[in-house]
Design a protein around this ligand. Structure first.
Ligand code: UTP
Length: 300
């Protein structure tokens, strides 16, 4: 059986980013850089690699610079042209989605992730879509995380949630799914809960910010009440949709970094720098020096 293709992706970027203040006072957290490109660029790259054709951003106040980032900068190009830096112009333009491939809508108040997704309903229409939370960056040896999920969707259809194992002591910080375990890395989901109190989580598989969802989620979100943290929660809506449709959990074969936390953000910078051929050796040397210094200080 063939399933409707996944052509569109939503990027909710309307959150306040309070954990990164003061950096995010005047700048969106999605524009913080991992090595040399903004977090949001890396997430859009993952979606493009997976074959996404239309990129829908749910933005809020102070987020205009994200729209500018995905546009050409005529003045900058003129200066680079004069300097003969044609390769840089090409590199910049290669990163851009094509004309008409981006849409921006507003979430006037950050009422929660579920509400942000609902704000994109008219732009998505009646077709399944991908949802990528820019907080989470992934690094995979082969196919991108979303591509691996789409491969599973093409076989199974329905709804797919990207999951990853976390320590038992961290299960209260994430949405958690329970599954019927099988041999591969794609399992039927039997339940889900948002930020369960420690000791009550049904498993240690956390929802890691990548989803493929059917459009019926929008009619559930429309009437939804506030849940955990007094926010309109996507997990609650998916829980309701699960009564009508199949959900599978997919564990990708790479690494993920929770860039919504400072440690995750810093670790992502290190991991992406070490994966970058022109930086790897020099940076590894500096990193070793720093760690050696730390060890000798601790020994004194
Ligand atoms: P978070 O709750 O992690 O992001 O939401 P935040 O609110 O920006 O961060 P802190 O906790 O204050 O530091 C996860 C993702 O969902 C988006 C955020 O922008 C982020 O990408 N989001 C969240 C919205 O777009 N709207 C919302 O109402 C809530």
């Amino acid at each position: 059986m063939t399933h409707k293709p996944i052509r569109k992706a939503i990027f909710p970027v309307a959150g306040l980013g309070t954990r990164f203040l003061p950096a995010t006072k005047a700048m969106p957290k999605e524009m913080l850089t991992i090595v040399d490109r903004p977090i949001i660029q890396r997430v859009v790259d993952e979606a493009r690699e997976a074959g996404i054709e239309h990129f829908i951003f749910v933005t809020g106040r102070n987020k205009g610079v994200i729209e500018d980032h995905f546009d050409r900068q005529a003045e900058l190009e003129m200066i680079l042209e004069k300097k003969g830096k044609h390769d840089v112009i090409k590199q910049l333009n290669d990163l851009l989605p094509g004309p008409g491939q981006t849409s921006f809508t507003r979430q006037q108040e950050p009422l929660g992730l579920g509400h942000a997704v609902w704000c994109a309903r008219e732009l998505v229409g009646n077709e399944p879509f991908a949802l990528l939370l820019p907080d989470m960056l992934t690094q995979s040896p082969g196919d991108s995380c979303l591509k691996q999920m789409i491969n599973n969707y093409n076989e199974k259809g329905g709804n797919i949630i990207g999951v990853e194992e976390v320590a038992d002591s961290e299960t209260d910080q994430y949405g958690i799914v329970s599954i019927k375990k099988g041999a591969e890395n794609c399992w039927p989901i039997t339940g889900m809960v948002e930020k369960p109190p420690l000791g009550t989580a049904p498993s240690n598989l956390m929802i890691m910010g990548r989803y493929i969802l059917q459009p019926e989620i929008f009619s559930i979100l429309k009437d939804q009440r506030k849940g955990a943290g007094n926010e309109i929660q996507l997990t609650d809506a998916m829980h309701s949709l699960m009564e009508m449709q199949d959900f599978h959990a997919v564990k990708h074969n790479g690494m993920s970094f929770d860039c919504g936390s400072r440690v995750g953000f810093l670790t992502a910078n290190v991991a992406f720098a070490l994966a970058s051929p022109d930086l790897r050796n020099d940076f590894a040397k500096e990193l070793r020096n720093l760690l050696d210094n730390l060890t000798s200080q601790a020994a004194e």
